[in-house]
Design a protein around this ligand. Sequence first.
Ligand SMILES: [Ca+2]
Ligand SMILES: [Ca+2]
Ligand SMILES: [Ca+2]
Ligand SMILES: [Ca+2]
Length: 258
Amino acid sequence: MKRTVLLMSAGIILAMALVAGLPGYASAQVDPYELQDAFGRFPFARVVPLDNGNAWGLIYVDVYGKVYLKRATNRGWKREFEITNLGAKVKKYDILDIDQDGILELVIATMAGRILIYRLDDYTNTWENIEDDFTSIEAFDIADVDRDPQMEFIVLANGTLYIIDSINKSRQWISERKFTATELIVANVDKDEQMEIILNTGIVLDSKFYIVDIEWDKPFGERISTFDINNDGIPEVIGEFSDYSLRIFDVYAQREVW
Ligand SMILES: [Ca+2]
Ligand SMILES: [Ca+2]
Ligand SMILES: [Ca+2]
Ligand SMILES: [Ca+2]
């Protein structure tokens, strides 16, 4: 995920620099910095580079599960692309070069179990998980959890956790037990070298041996992230609740940090 964030940040900065350098930019109605201020805190809104970084756009998802991509132009916003047939709310989406061919993809997971990939150059829908029998996706992330170079989809669908190869779409692992979560992330939060799969409900799984490392009796938060807050070189799980309060949990020490 960090690679994606860096890539997108670079793209945003590049797009902003290019837009700022364009003649006539001063008369433009949209200011990318203002936009970043307004939308930066929302996970379902992302500033994206268009035309190989020569232009930029804003992707956002609405409460009906519609996905909009607007292009910033000197005459204001222009409709660039829309997805209106998902049939359910979006659980999560990400923008990354999933097949490493130099073209960004938009990967969408819906709450009703669909996973779809769209190319962000010509907006074609290149894949959908039509063979899966998921009727619900409760949590979803894209990360490299193993030693092969491609990314994996980590999917909590109908209570079962799946690790799916993002290129050949094979199921690398299916959990035997059921889990509950509304968000999951992948990070290395202890002293073994492999990544952990962290569910926001307080569960940490080892991604190599597929065992539960921690099953805490409290949730980590509604939205989770990681950061090394106590400078021991191992990131802690940072959880945010709907009242914006934070909980910080040290997975390696197996205790809350306060
Ligand atoms: Ca690609
Ligand atoms: Ca991998
Ligand atoms: Ca680890
Ligand atoms: Ca730490």
